[in-house]
Each structure stands twice: as structure tokens, then as C-alpha cells.
Design a protein around this ligand. Structure first.
Ligand code: DAH
Length: 371
């Protein structure tokens, strides 16, 4: 700020005019150079500060110093200059305030007026969705949920389920064994569980009857992948043990579950079968949901049920008394039923999927149809 108020000796009008315009041009030059609030404060104090400000000097060096006859004229000019200074200070402040907020906005990295980033919400995988649906049907009947490990011992996967070592029933479940287990006793050797049935044993080991559980989970078999097989798939197991549980309870429960899953017009049929851990055992068939059990569709044989009108869906039976021997249950006092179903198989039927592999490819175009 180079300007400072000149001491006047000549108080004539032309001299005052010259001194006033000198001040005015210094003022506008100084105002134009102000860029920040800090600079503004210095500017304001320089021109208007009570002690040593330009206006104070004007008062002292011009007005007070002027001789009597010039006082009126000088007073008027000093007042005008005062107004000019006040206006300049005011407008300078206004300019840097709006300028600063605009500058701040421009420098801001966050524009809160922009729409947010939408994160697409994923959907349940159709296999998990179906598994949850099956579990829900049984939860509504008062069943609780149990889970077990996917890496099992031979004991839980086979022996305690009444598959003795070397029994041919083991051949029905082509098993993936963990390598390097040969030094262990056979019952301790590890394998990938071939079914969820070992969770029955684990549950009965930790709970006394009454037991009502469903056990959802992943299982593994050494099967080649094709349209109906996958080496990894899912099952839901069920177990109910109490006093006086009969085959009628099993039939009623399974029939209800199938109607809940496929619609109330679906019929069930129990077909004699064999599982080592149930006696008697049955395969459950439901009336074909594609041809309404008629076996014919669109004037030809129904492909889905091979014209039989029935589709096989799950295995079940009354828990074999031998199994109770492995878990310290008294087979003379209690009885129970068990069932096991493949989740993918049910999903395939419910959604009309023609290749099980579609569930595992992770192709969003397939998966989003179930969202
Ligand atoms: N675990 C059998 C399998 O994977 C299915 C099964 C059949 C489970 C009968 C059961 C049952 O609980 O009672 O082939």
C-alpha cells in the first residue's frame, strides 16, 4: 500500500481536487488487488482503522489543518472521500466473499448434488433359495437346524450309519477320500461327506430325544459332471426321533412338505427301497408336475416323468435300530424317521431348469432370472 495521506498546505479547490483524485485512484487500485479475506482485513484497517487509518489521517491532516474559510469545503470533500472509502471496503468484502465460496466449490472434490453410486443388490442363488425354502417348510413344523462338517470321518459318513466296512452299500456313493490317511484306523479316515446323513449321528450324539432337525449342506461324490450330475451338490436331511413315531408320521410329514414345495395338488407315493440306516426304507415319488401325473403332455409321452406320471424325489425310512446303537439311544423305547433330498433336483423341477451345470457357471443372465 504505497498511498499515504499528503499533508496539505494549499487548500484551494484545484489543489483539493488533485489530492482527492490521487486518493480515489489509490483506493480503487488497492481494492482491486485484494484476493483473500486476510488481505481484505489489512486493506480495511489501512483505510478505515481508527488509529492511523487513511480516514483518520484525512481528518487530522486535511480537515483539522485547514484554515477557517476553507473548513466547509474541506469538510465536504473529506465526507465524500469517507463515503467512497466505506463503499470500496464494502464492495471489496462482497467480491472476495462470493469469489471465495465459488473458488471453494470449484476446489471441492465432493459434489453432494451428484446422484450416489448405486450398488446392485445381489440375489439369492437359486440353489440356496431352494434350500432355504425346504428348510422353512420344516422350521414351520417345529424342526430346528443342525449342520455338520463337509470333511467327515469314515465313521460318521458310513460306519455309524450302518454301512459296515467293505459293505457293498458303500458302492452306491462313489466317495472322494482324503489322501494319506492309510495309517489311521479306517473309521478315522477323512473323506468328503457323500451325504448329509452323518449330521443325524452328530445330532443324536449331542441331543436326547425328542429330536426334530433338518440339516442342509453341501455334499461331494466322485461323479462326472453332466446335465443331471455334479461332483458337488446340496442336500437337506431330516430326522425325527421320539417315542411312538411311526411310518404314518413319516408319510404325513413328507406329503405335507411336498405339497408345500410343489403345490397342494401334488400327490406322493412311497416306493420300497433300501438304505442301510433305515428300515423299512422308501423312495418318495411325486405326481409329475409337468403332466399333472397323467404321463402324457402335448399329445405325446411326458418327457419329464418318462410317461410314468411320477417323479422320484427323495429317500426316507424309519431309523434302523442298529443306528441307535452307535449313539446310545435305547432302540426299545424310541423310534424315528429320516429323509434326505437333493436340493438341485428340487430346484430343477421347481424352475424347469434342464441342466444342473447352469447352477454352477455363475452366468448372471441365468442367475438373475431367480432374483
Ligand atoms: N443319504 C441318502 C443319499 O444321499 C439319502 C437318504 C435316504 C437320507 C434315506 C435319509 C434317508 O435320511 O432316510 O442317498
Amino acid at each position: 500500500m504505497a498511498y499515504s495521506v499528503r499533508k496539505l498546505t494549499d487548500f484551494s479547490a484545484p489543489s483539493l481536487d488533485a489530492a482527492s483524485s490521487e486518493l480515489a485512484s489509490a483506493l480503487s487500485q488497492a481494492s482491486a488487488g485484494i484476493q483473500s479475506e486476510a488481505e481484505f482485513k489489512i486493506f480495511r484497517d489501512y483505510w478505515m482503522g481508527r488509529k492511523g487509518g487513511v480516514l483518520t489521517h484525512l481528518n487530522d491532516l486535511w480537515l483539522k489543518a485547514s484554515p477557517g474559510p476553507n473548513k466547509r469545503d474541506v469538510g465536504q470533500r473529506v465526507n465524500e472521500l469517507k463515503k467512497k472509502v466505506e463503499q470500496a471496503v464494502e464492495s471489496t468484502l462482497a467480491r472476495i466473499q462470493t469469489g471465495e465460496s465459488a473458488g471453494k466449490l470449484a476446489a471441492e472434490s465432493l459434489d453432494i448434488t451428484l446422484p450416489g453410486i448405486r450398488r446392485p443388490i445381489g440375489a439369492e442363488h437359486p440353489v440356496i433359495k431352494t434350500m432355504n425354502e425346504i428348510v422353512r417348510v420344516f422350521r414351520n413344523l417345529g424342526y430346528s437346524i443342525e449342520e455338520g462338517p463337509e470333511i467327515e470321518t469314515d465313521f460318521y459318513n458310513f460306519e455309524s450309519l450302518n454301512f459296515p466296512p467293505n459293505h457293498p452299500a458303500r458302492d452306491t456313493q462313489d466317495t472322494i477320500f482324503i489322501a494319506g490317511q492309510d495309517s489311521k484306523p479306517q473309521r478315522d479316515r477323512l473323506l468328503l461327506r457323500t451325504h448329509t446323513s452323518p449330521v443325524q449321528i452328530r445330532t443324536m450324539q449331542k441331543m436326547k430325544p425328542p429330536v426334530r432337525v433338518v440339516c442342509p449342506g453341501k455334499v461331494h461324490r466322485n461323479d462326472a459332471a453332466d446335465a443331471t450330475h455334479s461332483p458337488v451338490f446340496h442336500q437337506v436331511e431330516g430326522l425325527a426321533v421320539d417315542t411312538n413315531i411311526t411310518f404314518c408320521d413319516l408319510k404325513g410329514t413328507v406329503d405335507h412338505a411336498m405339497k408345500a414345495l410343489f403345490g397342494s395338488s401334488v400327490k406322493t407315493r412311497f416306493y420300497p427301497s433300501f438304505f442301510p440306516f433305515t428300515e423299512p426304507s422308501a423312495d418318495v415319488q411325486i405326481s409329475c408336475i409337468f403332466c399333472d401325473g397323467k404321463g402324457v403332455r402335448d399329445g405325446g409321452p411326458c418327457r419329464n416323468c418318462k410317461a410314468s406320471g411320477w417323479i422320484e424325489l427323495l429317500g426316507c425310512g424309519m431309523v434302523d435300530p442298529n443306528v441307535y446303537g452307535f449313539v446310545d439311544y435305547d432302540a426299545a423305547k424310541i423310534s424315528g424317521f429320516a429323509f434326505g433330498m437333493g436340493v438341485e433336483r428340487i430346484a430343477i423341477l421347481k424352475y424347469g431348469v434342464d441342466d444342473i451345470q447352469l447352477f454352477y457357471h455363475g452366468d448372471v443372465r441365468f442367475l438373475e432370472q431367480f432374483s
